[in-house]
Design a protein around this ligand. Structure first.
Ligand SMILES: Cc1cc2nc3c(=O)[nH]c(=O)nc-3n(C[C@H](O)[C@H](O)[C@H](O)COP(=O)(O)O)c2cc1C
Length: 201
């Protein structure tokens, strides 16, 4: 838990092979930081140093993110998930932290839901509290727009789609980054409420 009253720390623990999911991670962080009193910590998972475990354990919320590779989170993320057994074994060291997730892939579906379900089960195994997206699916009516929030229609977490021939400078598109930011803001708001409740109890 945060040591400073009124402050919440939201960590974003993510992997990105080619930079696209990293853009999504930054958008989640920007959204969380837009909520007053929120400190964000972007934590890449490429190297699992002690610093990574300490920063995640210090956070009040962890938003997990990975690209969808072969229909599930990338192996770098899965390696992190398996190595997190050290936290799990120490009396559920991440128990009651707020959790959420995001993923990005090249296809509109690309089986991204499977990745988000994987992230949610992972959070549940740690005794964490999963927060989904609270935005009605966008781009789902004849008058709707590709610019709508949640254009890919996910409740489990934030999805993004990156055209395979575009660099991370150009993809995922702004519409998906806005959706990622909305998830970050929601996580921050819920985390503040959760911390206030813990203080009152
Ligand atoms: C090994 C591998 C497997 C992939 N599998 C999928 C997949 O199952 N579905 C999909 O839509 N895209 C798939 N992709 C495309 C990536 O999800 C996409 O390029 C994404 O933007 C990569 O994000 P990153 O730059 O953060 O690594 C795959 C890419 C790689 C390298």
């Amino acid at each position: 838990m945060s040591t400073t009253p009124g402050t919440a720390t939201v960590a974003i623990a993510y992997h990105s092979g080619y930079g696209h999911t990293a853009k999504q991670a930054e958008a989640v962080a920007d959204g969380a930081a837009s909520v007053p009193g929120t400190v964000t910590d972007l934590v890449p998972l490429d190297e699992l140093t002690e610093d990574v475990w300490e920063r995640l354990t210090a956070a009040d919320a962890i938003v997990f993110g990975a690209p969808t590779y072969m229909g599930s989170p990338s192996w770098v993320f899965k390696k992190f998930a398996e190595e997190s057994v050290r936290i799990w074994a120490a009396d559920l060291g991440w128990r009651d932290k707020i959790a959420a997730g995001f993923t990005n892939s090249k296809a509109m579906s690309g089986d991204k839901l499977n990745s988000l379900v994987d992230l949610a089960v992972f959070a549940a195994q740690h005794g964490m509290i999963w927060v989904g997206l609270d935005i009605y699916p966008g781009w789902a009516e004849s008058t709707a727009s590709i610019e709508d929030l949640n254009r890919l229609g996910s409740w489990m977490g934030a999805m993004a789609q990156s055209d395979a021939d575009l660099s991370a400078e150009k993809a995922p598109p702004a519409t998906d980054l806005r959706t990622a930011a909305a998830l970050g803001a929601r996580v921050a708001q819920v985390t503040h409420r959760h911390l206030r409740g813990a203080l009152a109890a």
